[in-house]
Design a protein around this ligand. Structure first.
Ligand SMILES: NC(=O)C1=CN([C@@H]2O[C@H](COP(=O)(O)OP(=O)(O)OC[C@H]3O[C@@H](n4cnc5c(N)ncnc54)[C@H](O)[C@@H]3O)[C@@H](O)[C@H]2O)C=CC1
Ligand SMILES: O=C([O-])CC(=O)C(=O)O
Length: 260
């Protein structure tokens, strides 16, 4: 599989290391990278034996089979349609871009016309399998997530005291914190949608890990799950698990036996 990568930050670099250096994905290679800063793209290309795409157009015209996005919500909003229309599958890190039902439906149409797929990794959380099963008979009643991060990982957080920065729906949460709460949108997509998924974001100076507590209720019973994530070494905002989940999506996307 020939992969094109957008974004060369934490997740992008992890994928370059895992796929091009450590060869963790059989018969696959990241053959080119596009990122905002051309200098850093050149450095990454030299370090990880890949090419540089000067812009999105050259990525679209290339022969990559699949594009992995590891950039921003805005990049997905602006480019997902043209990537799929150009005949490439898409794996997203910035799943927060899919908070709008109309946007999802328009992408779905493009996928069907072009025979392409969008893969959404579970990111920095778990429990999506439970929500999908629980809603299959329409009897999932409530879903909530409490995200607790150190202040360095959150914009506008005080360094000296614990503070609730946000409480509301997943739709509002991703508008206000597009780099911090993608997890609430993948949770919404598996469960009750962005309006009905309740979100609380807490800045906590006493912790080093990013934790996500998910609770759900329905005819199946109750779910309560807590993920305590180590951050990526160079970016406290992003949990290591988020990067691992993108690699895992790539590993499993064509598996003949699907788990979960
Ligand atoms: N689904 C989930 O659970 C999680 C999702 N994320 C999201 O994944 C994405 C990537 O995360 P990180 O690698 O930690 O971010 P990062 O900030 O370390 O790297 C982002 C990269 O995107 C590039 N970029 C920014 N704007 C761009 C543009 N307009 N065009 C091309 N490249 C552009 C930057 O230059 C940088 O190389 C972010 O949107 C982040 O919020 C992060 C953690 C968890
Ligand atoms: O990495 C995390 O713990 C969660 C995160 O940043 C996001 O969902 O955007």
């Amino acid at each position: 599989m020939k992969i094109g990568l957008i974004g060369g930050g934490n997740i992008g670099k992890f994928l370059l290391q895992s796929i091009n250096t450590h060869k963790l994905l059989e018969d696959s290679k990241i053959i080119g990278i596009y990122t905002r800063n051309p200098k850093s793209a050149q450095q990454l290309a030299a370090e990880y034996d890949t090419a540089v795409f000067e812009n999105i157009e050259s990525l679209l015209q290339s022969d990559v089979d699949l594009v992995v996005e590891a950039a921003t919500v805005e990049v997905v909003k602006q480019n997902a349609s043209s990537i799929l229309s150009s005949g490439k599958d898409l794996v997203l890190s910035s799943v927060g871009a899919l908070s709008d039902l109309n946007f999802i439906q328009s992408l779905e149409k493009i996928c069907k016309v072009n025979g392409k797929k969008i893969h959404l990794p579970s990111g920095a959380i778990g429990g999506l399998d439970v929500l999908k099963a629980a809603k299959s008979n329409g009897e999932l009643e409530s879903v909530s997530i409490i995200t607790r991060k150190p202040p360095q990982a959150l914009p506008g957080a005080p360094l000296d005291k614990e503070q609730v920065l946000f409480e509301g729906s997943a739709r509002e949460a991703i508008e206000l914190f597009p780099k911090n709460i993608n997890v609430s949108i993948i949770l919404s997509l598996a469960g009750l949608g962005p309006e009905k998924t309740r979100v609380k974001i807490i800045s906590d100076p006493s912790i080093k890990k990013n934790s996500h507590c998910i609770e759900a209720k329905g005819s199946f019973g109750d779910l309560s799950i807590k993920v305590e994530n180590d951050p990526m070494p160079n970016n406290p905002k992003t949990s290591y698990l988020a990067a691992l989940s993108v690699l895992s999506s790539l590993k499993n996307k064509d598996a003949v036996i699907q788990v979960g």
